[in-house]
Ligand binder design. Structure first.
Ligand code: G1P
Length: 287
């Protein structure tokens, strides 16, 4: 079985919902307390053994590269001024062996298009996709749960969770086949269906492990109504040739692509913070 060594993180979106904050700062760099959203996803990937991170980004998002580059000047200054405890925050040691790649997506042609741009760096290996807007919290991370299903089945696997009918139109939705433990065979998948046409209440959340055959399928996907190439439509084609499973994610999930989800994540994470957690609780009670 091929090891999963590479992860693709699409980060080229405009972040319109968070304007004006995203005018000069990429949405993915907005912090949940003191860590940018994108770093949570990068750490989740590194923690399952990913060695190469491929950002699909845009020229205006240079701060993402700056964030993951080692900052030696600042490190020296911190050491000189005796602030050793901040060095690990500045240049985390877990990043030191990771290769970061930045591929430019000049047009916004959808998630599938973004992923297709990673083909030359992935070649024929299975790989992970993490959508940084979706923030997951669990002892055993979402990607780690996917990896386990991948190891057990040697097939592509997508993270899913149950969503109420009112919100199902925002997600890719699967038609479920046989379920074994928390893994379900996907019979079909549809991108953002109307509630009355959705094949189930089981929705795709932003983590995937896919075989490289997806790149061939992406070449055959036609643009949707809004002109975008959807990864969901390529997965639909992949199912014709290969088993693709869904792994029911166990843990907390925050949709940080929406303001409400972002605030919810900020509150939940701050409540768990050793330094400020109890004060945040008092603060919330006071408000
Ligand atoms: C993307 C996918 C969708 C998936 C969702 C999870 O949609 O296209 O299938 O359910 O991520 O967050 P987006 O939220 O980028 O519109």
């Amino acid at each position: 079985m091929n090891k999963i060594r590479k992860a693709v993180l699409p980060v080229a979106g405009f972040g319109t919902r968070f304007l004006p904050a995203t005018k000069a700062t990429p949405k993915e760099m907005l912090p949940i307390i003191d860590k940018p959203l994108v770093q949570y996803a990068v750490e989740e990937a590194i923690d399952i053994g990913i060695e190469e991170i491929i950002f699909i980004t845009s020229p205006s998002k240079y701060s993402i590269k700056k964030h993951f580059d080692k900052s030696l000047d600042l490190e020296d200054r911190l050491i000189e001024s005796g602030k050793h405890e901040f060095v690990e925050k500045l240049n985390p040691s877990k990043f030191s062996k990771i290769k970061f790649h930045y591929v430019m997506q000049h047009e916004q042609n959808g998630l599938g298009h973004a992923i297709s741009l990673a083909e030359d760096l992935i070649h024929d290996e299975p790989f992970a996709i993490l959508l940084p807007d979706d923030l997951f919290f669990s002892e055993d991370s979402c990607l780690s749960q996917l990896k386990r299903t991948y190891m057990n089945t040697n097939s592509s696997v997508i993270a899913v969770n149950r969503i109420d009918k009112n919100n199902i139109h925002k997600y890719g939705v699967i038609s479920p086949g046989i379920q074994e433990a928390n893994s379900i065979e996907i019979l079909d998948i549809v991108e953002k269906p109307n509630a009355d046409e959705a094949p189930s209440d089981i929705a795709v959340c932003g983590r995937y492990i896919l075989t490289s055959s997806i790149f061939k399928k992406l070449k055959n996907v036609k643009p949707d109504k809004s002109g975008e190439i959807q990864i969901t439509d390529a997965i639909k084609l992949l199912i014709e040739d290969e088993t693709v499973n869904a792994c029911i994610y166990e843990g907390e999930k925050f949709d940080c692509g929406s303001k409400l989800g972002f605030v919810e994540a900020t509150i939940a994470i701050s409540l768990r913070d050793k330094e400020i957690g109890h004060k945040v609780k008092d603060l919330i009670n006071k408000l």
